[in-house]
Design a protein around this ligand. Structure first.
Ligand code: NAG
Ligand code: NAG
Ligand code: NAG
Length: 307
């Protein structure tokens, strides 16, 4: 199924949303600034142990004389279009803390420091240096869409939980690497709020199962365009991700796309796609456990709808 380019519509998210985002950032920073997943055990896909960083030594401004973390940059990333060369390579002149051509090297956490040529993780020490398995030195930008609906039974009637409350559901995908359920997010270019991964699932459902005529296709395209331009900002900032290092880290923008009456994306059953990645509607329950910081994001969405 061909992907439609919805990107061009997302920069039109209106001024109100932008203002709202700015105030959200302040109130939400505490969600993920804890920085624990990227301080323990071995680095993903390696046998390299992180150097021990006690809680009171995370902050760069606290002296840690014995700190000698291993250096690791995955050989598999070299030469990839999404990956930077080594620091100090000829012709590699990154514009730190700026928009650098098609790459945003700006952090949602404010200006990050550059020490001996290397960007410093804004939260602090991680026990490992280098680029790891991430593509960019400094911030690596992703978007995590939270697409939600109210749960209905097979007759199309709203379902309620034991406390007689409506049940919020969101779209989750099963990650092939860890087997965990996660938001259908991905890396984004500057200005993008949602990835094609997120909309593709719905497009496939709509086009394969429902659409007959060219006219209907156009109608669905219009509906999707509209739906995915009305995201509510949930979080914007650092992500406590196991891939983070002292010099490379994940940041995300999470938007909630809510289909209140179930008329747009809410009507789709979401079968697993042919790329063998499971996709489904998942009930948001207190014991929900998701990949990386996705649990926190989904909890924020639930709070908003239940308030
Ligand atoms: C940015 O991306 C566009 C489209 O892929 C490409 O044509 C352009 O050359 C890129 N610009 C830079 C500075 O990399
Ligand atoms: C690290 O400590 C400094 C000085 O106490 C403080 O200003 C800064 O906010 C701390 N950084 C973090 C990420 O907590
Ligand atoms: C769906 O819920 C409605 C209202 O609670 C109920 O009347 C109906 O029987 C339910 N349908 C099924 C298939 O469970």
């Amino acid at each position: 199924m061909k992907l439609f380019s919805y990107y061009k519509y997302f920069d039109k998210i209106n001024l109100l949303t932008i203002i709202f985002t700015t105030s959200m950032i302040r109130s939400c920073l505490s969600i993920m600034a804890s920085h624990t997943k990227c301080r323990t055990g071995t680095y993903p896909r390696t046998t390299i142990n992180r150097f021990l960083v006690p809680d009171d030594k995370v902050n760069w401004s606290t002296e840690y004389k014995d700190y000698e973390p291993p250096y690791y940059t995955s050989p598999a990333t070299y030469g990839k279009p999404w990956a930077d060369p080594d620091i100090g390579s000829p012709n590699f002149n990154p514009k730190w803390n700026n928009l650098d051509g098609n790459i945003s090297r700006q952090s949602y956490m404010g200006e990050y420091q550059i020490v001996t040529g290397y960007p410093l993780n804004p939260i602090g020490r991680t026990g490992i240096r280098g680029r790891g398995i991430l593509g960019r030195w400094g911030p690596n930008h992703a978007a995590d869409p939270v697409v939600t609906r109210w749960k209905k039974n097979s007759s199309g009637e709203l379902e309620y939980d034991m406390h007689k409350k409506k049940i919020l559901q969101f779209v989750a995908i099963k990650r092939q690497d860890t087997g965990e359920w996660a938001l259908p997010g991905g890396m984004v270019d500057p200005g993008e709020k949602v990835t094609t991964t997120a909309v593709r699932e719905f497009e496939e459902e709509a086009m394969n199962s429902l659409v007959a005529s060219e006219e209907e296709k156009q109608q669905w395209k219009t509906k999707f365009k509209d739906f995915f331009s009305k995201g509510i900002p949930i979080y914007q900032g650092y992500v406590d991700d196991p891939r983070n290092t002292d010099n490379s880290w994940m940041e995300t923008v999470a938007y909630n796309f809510h289909d209140d009456d179930g008329s747009i994306v809410g009507g789709f059953k979401l079968q697993a796609g042919d790329d063998a990645v499971g996709v489904r509607w998942v009930d948001i329950k207190p014991d929900l456990r998701l990949y990386a910081s996705h649990t926190n994001i989904v909890e924020e969405v639930l709070k908003k709808h239940m308030a």
